[in-house]
Write a protein that binds this ligand. Sequence first.
Ligand code: GDP
Length: 533
Amino acid sequence: MSEQIDPILKKEVERRRTFGIISHPDAGKTTLTEKLLLYGGAIQMAGTVKSRKANRHATSDWMAMEQERGISVTTSVMKFNYKDYEVNLLDTPGHQDFSEDTYRVLTAVDSALMVIDCAKGVEVQTKKLMEVCRMRDTPIITFINKMDREGVDPFDLLQDIEDTLHIECAPLSWPIGMGADFKGTYNIHKGELHLFSAIHGGAIQKGEIIKDLSSSRLDELLGDQADQLRDELELLEGAGYPFDKERYLAGKQTPVFFGSAINNFGVQEMLDSFVELAPHPRPRATTTREVSPFESDFSAVAFKIQANMDPAHRDRIAFVRICSGQFKRGMKVRHHRIGKEVQIANATIFMAQDRTGVEEAWPGDIIGIHNHGTIKIGDTFTSTKEELKFTGIPNFAPEHFRRVILRNPLKSKQLNKGLHQLAEEGAVQLFKPLGNNDNILGAVGLLQFDVIMSRLKDEYSVDALYEPVEYHTARWICSDDAKQIDGIKKRYPRFVALDGDGNLTFLAPSQWRLQQAEEEWPKIDFNKTREHE
Ligand code: GDP
């Protein structure tokens, strides 16, 4: 690593923000994304992101299945500029049937934005995604949305977040009223009051700003709500956590903003604070050392693989996050797992609506590399020969399981090949119980099973079905004590399986059985995640 930081690299790193949005379906992620892109000048009109949901086959190459169901199987990357910042927004599927990709994307971001519906508080999916963020102590900013509707009292919402997600809340904005009485927000961070008038069109509107809370103009505009606001802010001073940037960056505290995405209430003030507070690309761990984004040698890691336009040719796009140095088109890099030099001539950079060829890119940027199945999730690329392997892009324990049934027994070789390759690509996890010949699929989202069946048919000409199985949860098992491993294998040949990479897994039929096994074999580690090899 060179001692001196290249000033251009430094500037490019420091102005980048790479983040993802975590939320439960319907909280308003799509609406908020659209507004962020609007402020970033990436789109001119609201409605664009929505229509992408319904009509994306026109402009992109996502799978036919996705078009049919009109929901997002995949995760895309949106890049926009805001002020002097280059923002990379990594979108995660909004549908209930999210997939492992949703989780993996969160391993490629430097921070997250959590959207919460003010009427519903913290919901299941938010909780799950938060757990993934916690693995890397990802800093999280919270946006409490839909304040134009009657919701839970703001103080109770903060309590809910603190109790359910175990994170301190530091409100940086405060709502003035709620539902029909919602007038805007007081920006605690900047000490300014923003008043807005509701507009649904999506154009950016600047409301009146009042700096002095004791001003009589406040009473003129807000009537009784002026005193209510003053009271609440006073109460907050005693009850809330003061904002502490270190605690935010350590993932222990979340700055909270209130607003209404659809009405543009509070979105811009959240975005202003977001670019200011959210971390620039952070150092990333490898098996040997931490790599700083300011190192001039290029390094990058693949965190997601996407089946491309022409599945028959096994055409794939690997989503690769740049971790250090500068990327230049045509550069030669070392592809570590296979130990080869490769030239990256046709990388794509993802813009809000289009993909364009990329000439250069910097840490925090995501580039798409076309390949024919040579790139696997977790693969590392570098411009030097140093042996590096980025960590932190794990397999996540599946939450749903299905057994694959082949319709035409003569195709079993094809089926095995297809399942093996799809598992390798990270589209699903494959398990083979020690005691039988079953092919068990595991996924964190139910939709993944349909995707696999459809891809088996299209790409491998295999007609297969899936059926329910008894498994409930999975843990990767390992131990220094071979006797204990032998014990569990003998006792539960149906529950102990090999995953796609040959690692031992315990497929438990219930939480209770898992607990029992953990008690019975105390020297075995039961792990919820496993690093890609
Ligand atoms: P997603 O599933 O999280 O992407 O949620 P969407 O952005 O699709 O929003 C879900 C629904 O909530 C849509 O009908 C939106 O129009 C609506 N919505 C989004 N933001 C607001 C808001 O600030 N106020 C109100 N009243 N509705 C909103």
